[in-house]
Design a protein around this ligand. Structure first.
Ligand code: ZN
Length: 58
């Protein structure tokens, strides 16, 4: 698997995200929230979203 996305790891909850925007999605009001609650999905331990997978990200 060759992932070329710019991954971001949260220093607080150690969650890994495929994109900085996704990292921001789980940070609200200065605290970590469940990425799944923000509509994200986890693949191979990295949180991502369907839009990125199908390449339809605007
Ligand atoms: Zn976090």
């Amino acid at each position: 698997m060759t992932a070329t996305l710019t991954a971001a790891t949260c220093p607080t909850c150690r969650a890994r995200f495929a994109d900085v925007d996704l990292f921001d999605a789980h940070r609200q009001r200065g605290a970590c929230h469940d990425p799944a609650a923000a509509g994200l999905i986890r693949i191979d331990g990295i949180w991502t979203e369907w839009l990125l997978l199908i390449g339809a990200d605007a």
